[in-house]
Design a protein around this ligand. Structure first.
Ligand code: NAD
Length: 483
């Protein structure tokens, strides 16, 4: 296949609309791709990933200046392959038209929902999982029969180049195109009249993107960020909870949209949690600076932001525990040790902004209702984690809080369940991908009524004082006497 779908950044405007025009024309020429065509596209994505996976892992490592290879395999490559497998297995059923019931007045006709591709889907990707967050929405878009344009993150340029190479090799520029570039390109990209736009990134930029999409009335899926809380119940063993939180918070050094942002522990257990967390973290990451398992911060700017937030918390009276088990020096690296922050106050930046790095405030609470109220007083988060063996209290949390997703006695891994929708709520996002909901997100569910040879309207239509119509209305009113 040619490399025609390697698109250079300049000139920005016309080039992007020309690229989209080509995808739209190709879609119009073949608007109803069969099951086999969709599976073929998914299979080519699978083949591309298998071919490029080692190079992708190296590229992400380079972009981060140190990203654990295992994390790229675990959190980027494998979940995409899993997603492809899910749709290959379930696509026929998902594509099937679903029969629906008709109201009595339409007796004799048939009703069904026809799931139709939307056309061309735009996908905007952040830097933190630069492969998964581009290709996982792509999997759903392709399964639903769409074509796609992907805008990679400017902060993961090596990965972006490799994705471009991989997609150009396995897809034509009438199927999928990768666009690379900075914010100016992203701005132009999000103004394009896509049939659907998936944006993964920060909440402030999400607002800008939604405004741009509104000009075209382009429907959006916004996968945003936020502060995902952890609540640990008094009955749950604090050491066990700390170990489980360490697993998720350590991944990508906290640079995950669903990373635990702060932990709420019963008052009186703050010190015990801090001690248990330090022990569990030091066990998993005995060294940091030269440890390939511990990921660096993506850019100097992001690292500075995190350091400033730690300094801000200290200046405002917080107690900060830096976990640096072998007293490493971080000179010449972009790594940042994990920091636990206690004695926090609401005016600290760590309590106002999404943390998105290796900092974890620990906040005491008195009653479970207090903890729930604390969460509900703030923006609805992307994820919520609750530690408790009691199922009834788990249900209470599900019923009384809002969040994009929930893990009970666990953190982060709900993202990896393909058979479940993934997405935020309110300020943490809207719309879903993955699973059946992802297929629906990228499809138009078109309601269709098919009339047979017998046309009841001939008997009941105007003039409306006809006998049949009156009979039918009276019969209906008798049916509806009770709700
Ligand atoms: P970001 O919002 O700065 O950028 C994301 C993408 O938007 C990039 O491709 C960028 O080029 C583009 N962009 C930037 N400014 C733009 C503009 N004005 N108009 C149009 N596009 C623009 O986010 P980031 O720093 O790359 O990623 C971190 C954020 O993403 C965090 O808030 C995190 O929580 C969130 N995130 C969410 C999910 C999720 O699934 N909900 C997943 C990963 C990251």
């Amino acid at each position: 296949m040619s490399v025609q779908n390697v698109v250079e950044i300049e000139p920005v405007g016309p080039a992007l609309s020309v690229v989209l025009g080509k995808l739209q024309a190709a879609y119009r020429a073949d608007p109803a791709p069969s099951y086999e065509q969709r599976v073929d596209r998914l299979s080519r994505l699978h083949a591309g990933l298998m071919e490029f996976k080692d190079k992708i892992i190296d590229a992400v490592d380079q972009d981060f200046d140190g990203r654990a290879h295992a994390e790229t395999m675990l959190a980027e490559i494998l979940p995409i392959l899993e997603g492809i497998r899910y749709y290959r297995k379930n696509l026929r059923k998902l594509m099937g038209q679903s029969k629906r019931h008709l109201p009595l007045m339409l007796m004799g006709a048939h009703a069904k929902v026809h799931y139709q591709p939307l056309g061309v889907v735009g996908i905007v990707v952040p830097w933190n999982f630069p492969v998964f967050l581009g290709l996982s929405p792509l999997v759903g878009a392709l399964a639903a029969g769409n074509r796609a344009m992907i805008k990679t993150s400017e902060f993961a340029p090596n990965t972006a180049d490799l994705l471009t190479e991989m997609i150009s090799k396995h897809f034509t520029d009438e199927e999928v195109v990768v666009i690379n570039g900075d914010v100016s390109v992203a701005t132009e990209f999000t103004k394009l009249p896509f049939d659907h736009l998936v944006f993964t990134g920060s909440t402030p930029v999400g607002r800008i993107v939604m405004r741009a999409a509104a000009e075209n009335l382009t429907p959006v899926t916004l996968e945003l960020g936020g502060k995902s809380p952890v609540i640990i119940h008094d009955d749950f063993e604090i050491e066990e909870a700390a170990k489980r939180v360490v697993f998720g918070k350590g991944l990508n050094a906290g640079q995950i949209c669903v990373s635990p942002d702060y932990v709420m522990v019963p008052r009186g257990k703050v010190d015990a949690f801090v001690a248990a967390f330090v022990k569990a973290f030091s066990h998993r990451y005995p060294t940091l600076a030269a440890n390939k398992d511990y990921t660096s911060i993506i850019t100097e700017r992001q690292r500075d932001r995190l350091v400033e937030n730690i300094e801000d918390a200290k200046a405002k009276g917080a107690t900060v525990t830096a976990i640096n088990p072998s007293n490493d020096s971080f000179e010449g690296t972009r790594k940042l040790p994990m920091h636990l922050v206690t004695d926090v106050t609401e005016d600290m930046r760590v309590m106002q902004e999404e943390i998105f790095g290796p900092i974890l405030p620990v906040i005491p609470y008195d009653t479970l209702d207090d903890a729930i109220a604390y969460v509900n007083d703030r923006d609805r988060p992307l994820a919520l984690y609750y530690f408790d063996w009691d199922k009834a209290r788990g249900e209470k949390i599900l019923n009384e809080t809002h969040s994009g997703g929930v893990c009970i006695n666990e953190v982060v891994t709900h993202v990896a369940v393909d058979d479940m929708p993934f997405g935020g709520v309110g300020p943490s996002g809207m719309g879903h991908y993955h699973g059946k909901e992802g297929f629906l997100n990228f499809s138009k569910a078109k309601g269709v009524v098919r009339k047979g040879k017998l046309d009841g309207n001939q008997c009941v239509g105007a003039p409306w004082d006809n006998k049949m119509f009156k009979l039918l209305v009276n019969f209906q009113l008798r049916r509806f006497r009770k709700p």
